[in-house]
Design a protein. Sequence first.
Length: 497
Amino acid sequence: MRDRADVLPADRRPAGQRAGAAGAPAAAPRRALWTYLVSGVAVFMVAMDNLVVTNALPVIRVDLGTGLEGLEWTVNAYTLSFAVFLLTGAALGDRFGRRRLFGLGLAVFTAASAAAAMAPTIGALVVARAVQGLAGAVVTPLTLTLLASVVPPARRGLAFGAWGAMSGLGVALGPVIGGAITQYSSWQWIFWINVPIGVVLLPLVALVRESRGGAGRLDLLGTVLATGGLFGIVFGLVRGNGHGWTSGQVLAGLVGGGLSLVAFALWQSRAAAPMVPLRMFASRGFTLANLISLVMAFGMFGSVFLLAQFLQTVQHYTPLQAGVRTLPWTAMPVLAAPIAGALTDRIGGRRIVALGLALQAAGVGWIAAVTAPGTPYSHLVVPFVLAGTGMGLFFAPITRLVLGFAPSHLEGVASGTSNALRQLGTVLGVAVLGAVFSSHGGYTSGQQFVDGLVPAAAVGAVALAVAAVVALAIPRGTVAAAPVEAGTPLVEPVLVA
């Protein structure tokens, strides 16, 4: 994408932009390098906070005197606000400037991390995590659109693969960093660590080029309806086992949330500036790619929520030991994501996405089959590697597919929609698989924990396997570029296969 000045004739540009042919190429790589550095570190930090709490959960449960429900909200407060406000964050960036909103989101994320570190109760921690998620929702889609604005379309698969590697690195190191800090200091420092990163990164945002998109309009009513609907459903799922599925508060959450989401869909079909333009879903490829993203997060991250606790609660590893032992899973995306990005440029993303999902299903299913209180760690290494490789093969090509099937002038909204649905999948995975766990097991003994973990992981594996089959139904071909409004940056269509 280009700045407004970039589309003006050379003699009308500001003096500082009237560079000759020799100057422009030298400036472009530097701009791209700084953009990748800033966006990569930011997405690393946000991705890290998705999983940095995993190996701290058992300690938080004891320290703050909470149970499974409190742990679920510690995770879901972040991911739920992240999912809902991703779309608003993308629209705000399109309207007020992506770099400007990116910097604001980064500042709020840093401050909310400090608040989480100082939380005296589980309720205060949940609120701080919700604000973290809101700020992360502003930062994440803008990292992708800011990067796309300085990378030629022909090289975006490789660039998105590198971006995915940074995100994967955050996922890989999150459990290890969280485990090490929790073991040798305290769980509060898993949040304090974001503060120096944010402070160092904020001045570098000035080196990123400002850009805007073609949407840029806000849908406040849509945001309220989506937030209320998703909160109600997640509230009902989280509290269902503990309070009874027919209790008034659970039914009110599920029914009220469902009706709110129906109202959201109806409003989106009528709104002048919808939060989610439903016409994007007229494309079968766009619909299937986003559905697959949701199901992948449901099966994978819902399982991770419980498996991370298994290593400490049942097998009695320390937080750091548990984090290190998940590296065969969490580190594999760092290696696989760049390869997946490069292959996507050559052969398209459909087959790679299907393969990635199949490997994830095999890994999680294998874990469900062999897990017992005394299962040797060596029996978990191969399924961890399979699941991690599958994750690495998934992210870059699914991003390319989503943007390829979206209208070019709604690239930012499409990116936000895809990320929102993926985060929603995580929320639902933690809530639903947590409900399966609670209905079959608990924390009383190692065997009881395994009794709940095994059926929950099996549900996750089945969901991933179904998604792998659905991925093969994504259509082949090219996406025609939609008409672009005057002054809107042009993005070429993406080849998919």
